[in-house]
Ligand binder design. Sequence first.
Ligand code: PMP
Length: 431
Amino acid sequence: MSESSLLAARKSEAVARGVATRGIYAVRAENSELWDAEGRRYIDFAAGIAVNNTGHRHPKVMAAVAEQAQAFTHTCFHVAPFEGYIALAERLNAMTPGDFSKKTMLVTTGAEAVENAVKMARAFTGRSGIISFSGAFHGRTLLGMALTGKVAPYKKGFGAMPPEVVHAPFPNPLHGVSEADAIEQLERLFASSVDPERVAAIIIEPVQGEGGFTIAPFNFLRKLREICDEHGIVLIADEIQAGMARTGKMFGFDHSGVAPDLVTMAKGLAGGFPLAAVTGRAEIVDAPGPGGLGGTYAGNPLAVAASHAVLDIIDEEDLCTRADEVGEVIRARLTQLAARQGMECIGDVRGLGAMNAFELVIDRNTFAPDAALTSAIVAEAEARGLILISCGTRYNVIRLLPPLTIPMDQLQEALDIIEASIEAAVMKKAA
Ligand code: PMP
């Protein structure tokens, strides 16, 4: 029996079934490569799901964490605060969009950041309603899953959902929801389901991650800003997957020029160490009283040290520009591939910076999803040494999330594997 099969057997005996996994048991990883329990090498196009934007074990991140570990690893910020947390808050206040006074709180996971942003919005407005979007993903906590715009597997069996969470359609012209439709539906919601005067916040991902890498039209974000201003609603940008240079700008919202009131960050914020943040208008962040926010591990010193290093690296290595370069190579190759005869299964190629995806369809007129082909391509790629992950409310989108630091030769190698994997999966389907 292989080491991986042994681990798989132990896993299924010992680990909760709900914690779904792939069969690649990690042993070691370096920048954009990962080695499994069989000694097999993979190029990692998942990057821990948009976490290792600076690659696995970036030397500067490792050095910063090692140095911090010599001093202290945990104090609990509420008990013994430390400079690194304060300095990180200062940096995030300066970096996030919007030319106004800002404050920050640090937490540990993306879902926790979302929960805290909503708490702040509720405390500030004295209202309870929240609007999120179809296809959204905001986490697996009770409120996070309620905000998430997809039932299976995230909400199935976990009800009742918290009240006053309403979903509006996310604009997606490819699938028949124009920007104008989405605005009209939102206005209709205000007329039929929820009084805008009772809405504390609207939360939106600038590029939907789990939902299928659907880009919110920049003008739609501008309209949302106007609607929020008109009704006194807090606009929350969930930048957990799109943020930290992934889209070619520090934040996805930067493409639209819109300043949200609150920004949630996680994933790419600390290069593989668990850290998340909420940054935004000082008066909103300060609405909850002392003791109302926080957590034992929130703002862990090792993760904070890692985050400082990550922000330095993004700057020093100009990773926003790098994200654009990587993205251009990916989109050019995929667009070329989609134009080839026999590749009609590629219904769409889309992305911003290095947040790219392609959608697999049964035919290009109806855009009927091909979920089976999607998983077949992911499996073919895995067999050829490339880690791909899928997404999409219809399970038919493959997202490409290489570290922004990936060497060009590995990027080309990965694209060759993608091409070969699609060809193989299409051929097997036809056979
Ligand atoms: N929001 C978005 C946009 C995400 O992509 C995710 C994670 N996929 C979350 C929230 C939840 O983050 P976490 O898994 O760290 O709780």
